[in-house]
Design a protein around this ligand. Structure first.
Ligand SMILES: [Zn+2]
Length: 439
């Protein structure tokens, strides 16, 4: 096996050891793929970004016996992690110094970040974090320099395997939670893996409902919380009367109503809730949840992180949910999956963030159906599986052999679904779905 082949295998396989801190770059595998099994089922025509396929009759798995709380525990990191109690809340607008971790994709508030790190300097940084407020900053790589907006991450469990002095390396595993957004004002040190910065913690601006101040108090008894489309219509009639006091018609104000925006977004995400998923109701939580779980371009996600208000984020996100999207291979744009085929196998949503033993972080979106991929001939493995009870098999794009994710297969006969797919976010990009029905 060549060195390139070895590197590719280490990047894709959760179970294999790789002593590196940074996330691995994309690389197309050059393995012998003659014996890989083909799971493509339709012919596609992407020459004009149109698809000639019929995917409407793919059955949705109705039975789910898997405990979706398990993946969120990240039990593959081991059972010996020490729990840290308490919560660090930084004041809005505060200036402070933060140690930084640079990763390939955006961390949003509320998102879980599991990590395994090996560099002595980084381990030293994390130890200092735990002694202080358990908080470090996460920012993305950027060009020509790192992005200026990031999110604080608070460590809530960790295990310190020590540093092997003869190699200057060690092993440190942790689970952290995205908390608050910040802006980098000045990078203070930049010594290999050890970077810190002077930052400003960004405020989360909350606007009151648009008709709170200029409303007809006599109509208060008619105001209701919006849980159904019928509630929405009743509320609109009340708002129309409220708007008589204002210079603008009611529909103008509705565009800035966080409750209405959240309701609309949750309507589009109902397909996830019917499949056992849990979608937040709070507008702020929902705005970050959508940014994390729905596949968007990297720059779009950075833009969402830069907004100070949930209303702006929700307004931008709703356009991603109005129409079904398709996911294509980031390398060759071959069709791989479809947004409506997402399937939550983690209580936190259809996208979970997981780390392999090599320290490589994969944001993995789960689907009950994909196509256009080939499977590794290797025997499915349960080692270091992110979904306890399921064995994983590496899946590559059929057209270009780019690694796209894994097929997970139940190893216990009573486990449902029997199989599903986990696709890594960095291997995909989205396109609008324009289906040309076959005649
Ligand atoms: Zn491809």
């Amino acid at each position: 096996m060549t060195l390139t082949q070895l590197c590719v295998r280490l990047f894709k396989c959760p179970m294999l050891k790789l002593n590196c801190f940074a996330e691995a770059p994309r690389s197309a595998p050059d393995e012998d793929v003659e014996s890989w099994s083909d799971v493509s089922t339709v012919e596609l025509d992407l020459s004009s970004n149109r698809l000639d396929l019929n995917m409407e009759d793919i059955p949705v798995p109705t039975e789910n016996t898997f405990d979706v709380t398990l993946p969120a525990t990240h039990s593959y990191l081991g059972q010996n992690l020490e729990e840290l109690r308490g919560r660090t809340i930084l004041d809005d607008g505060i200036y402070m110094n933060l140690p930084l971790f640079i990763k390939q994709s955006v961390l949003f508030p509320g998102q879980t970040l599991p990590m395994t790190v090996f560099g002595a300097q980084t381990i030293d940084m994390l130890r200092t974090c735990i002694q202080n407020d358990r908080t470090f900053g996460v920012v993305c790589y950027g060009y020509p320099e790192m992005e200026r907006i990031g999110t604080t991450a608070e460590i809530y469990e960790y295990t310190d395997g020590g540093i092997w002095l003869d190699h200057g390396r060690g092993e440190f595993r942790l689970k952290a939670k995205g908390r608050q957004r910040f802006k980098i004002l000045r990078v203070i040190t930049q010594d290999n893996n050890k970077i810190s910065a002077n930052v400003k913690v960004l405020p989360e601006i909350t606007l009151e409902p648009p008709f709170l101040d200029q409303r007809l108090a006599s109509l208060d008894r008619l105001r209701i919380s919006i849980d159904t489309e019928e509630d929405m219509k009743k509320q609109e009639r009340v708002e129309n009367m409220d708007a008589a006091l204002t210079p603008w018609p009611a529909w103008v104000y509705r565009q800035y109503d966080p409750v209405r925006l959240s309701f609309r977004i949750r309507q589009h995400l109902q397909f996830l809730e019917t499949r056992g998923g849990s979608v937040p109701k709070d507008p702020i939580d929902l705005s970050f949840w959508v940014a994390q779980n729905i596949l968007m371009d990297h720059n779009e996600r950075l833009m969402l992180l830069s907004y100070d208000c949930a209303i702006s984020r929700l307004q931008r996100e709703i356009k991603y949910l109005v129409e079904d999207k398709i996911y294509v291979c980031v390398n060759c744009e071959s069709f791989i999956g479809r947004q409506s085929h997402m399937f939550p196998m983690n209580k936190e949503g259809p996208q979970g963030t997981y780390v392999n033993p090599g320290g490589i972080i994969h944001e993995t979106i789960t689907f009950y159906h994909i196509q256009g991929v080939i499977l590794s001939p290797s025997t499915p493995s349960i080692e270091y599986s992110w979904f306890p009870g399921y064995a994983w098999t590496v899946a590559n794009c059929k057209s270009c052999r780019h690694h796209v994710g894994w097929k997970f297969t139940a190893v216990e006969s009573n486990l449902r679904p029997k199989e599903f797919w986990g696709l890594t976010r960095r291997s995909l990009k989205n396109k609008d779905l324009k289906v040309k029905k076959k005649k």
